[in-house]
Design a protein around this ligand. Structure first.
Ligand code: CLF
Ligand code: SF4
Length: 295
């Protein structure tokens, strides 16, 4: 069902007609390939895991090897021919290892008609800009949970950069600088940038308009507000209620179109958003590694 209220920048209108997470093409599907095991930052709400039962980001049945992605996409298309997007969204960060980019390069050759979509915390975007374009990735989601280091440091405990762990506001500042640089350069290269923001009422509840204003200024095209799932160090926190989510969306919408159909997908999701979860059938017979390190 098309969602007419979302109006993206004209240069991405063709992409929006084919991509289910841009609001206008909910009759299209996506397959996520869980190839990225590690992460290079530590968000306090993050709990990654292996299981088939939870429906949330950071969870997968298994890690898929780069060699298996072509076969997996073929099976996914057989199960759900409406799939138009192949996404990599974890279970760790897509740029903390080279797995995701190697997959996208392969898939761009084998399935040039599919849209490559990558989700990242943005820490390593500046390093991989040319590779992202070369791999045919056309949309990148960057998770931006605050644009002030004092707030971001309450959410991100540490980052790992050049082999060094950086904590507190220093880590948050470095992450923000790199996220902004990445967003700006992707937009300059005609890659659509979508922002995911986890709404954590106690920390960024009154900061959503600032986030949207700042990322719009760097060239982001659309924002998605994701309610906190209380887990990890934030297990004690209250998730936002409907009123808080509506207010956050209204705050963000002053600056950017807001995507409202997010399904908080697993790292191995497959099918149409919210309708036919095909991942059980997709990953049934695929042999995979089952190790990953929590970075
Ligand atoms: Fe996947 Fe994300 Fe690409 Fe979509 S999901 S990497 S942009 S193809 Fe979509 Fe799922 Fe919400 Fe993400 S519904 S969690 S916004
Ligand atoms: Fe978890 Fe993603 Fe944060 Fe990494 S960037 S710690 S995978 S939520």
């Amino acid at each position: 069902m098309p969602c007419a209220e979302i109006r993206l920048n004209e240069r991405f209108s063709q992409l929006a007609m084919q991509h289910p997470c841009l609001g206008r093409a909910l009759n299209k599907g996506r397959v996520h390939l869980p190839v990225s095991p590690a992460c290079n930052i530590k968000c306090r709400f993050c709990t990654r895991g292996f299981n088939a039962s939870e429906y949330r980001p950071g969870v997968t049945r298994q890690i898929l090897s780069v060699e298996d992605v072509g076969e997996t996409v073929k099976k996914a298309l057989a199960l759900c021919p409406q799939i138009s997007v192949v996404g990599i969204a974890g279970p760790g960060d897509a740029l903390a290892s080279d797995h995701a980019l190697r997959c996208f390069i392969r898939l761009h050759r084998e399935f040039p008609e599919l849209i490559g979509c990558m989700s990242t915390n943005g820490l390593m975007l500046p390093e991989y800009m040319d590779d992202i374009v070369r791999a045919g990735i056309r949309s990148v989601t960057v998770t931006v949970n605050a644009v002030e280091a004092s707030l971001l440091s309450q959410i991100v405990e540490r980052i790992t950069l050049d082999g060094k762990s950086i904590t507190g506001e220093d880590g948050a500042k470095a992450l923000l600088t790199r996220q902004f640089q990445g967003i700006r350069r992707l937009a300059e290269k005609d890659v659509l940038v979508k922002i995911n923001t986890v709404l954590i009422p106690q920390i960024n509840g009154n900061h959503i308009d600032e986030i949207a204003r700042a990322v719009a200024g760097q060239g982001a095209s659309i924002i998605n507000i994701i309610p906190l799932i209380p887990q990890g160090d934030f297990a004690h926190m209250e998730p936002p209620d409907c009123e808080q989510i509506s207010q956050a969306r209204a705050d963000a919408e002053q600056y950017l179109p807001v995507f409202r159909h997010c399904q908080h997908c697993r790292a191995d999701a497959c099918g149409l958003l919210g309708e036919n979860s095909m991942e059980d059938r997709l990953y049934q017979h695929i042999s995979c590694e089952n190790t990953f390190s929590h970075g």
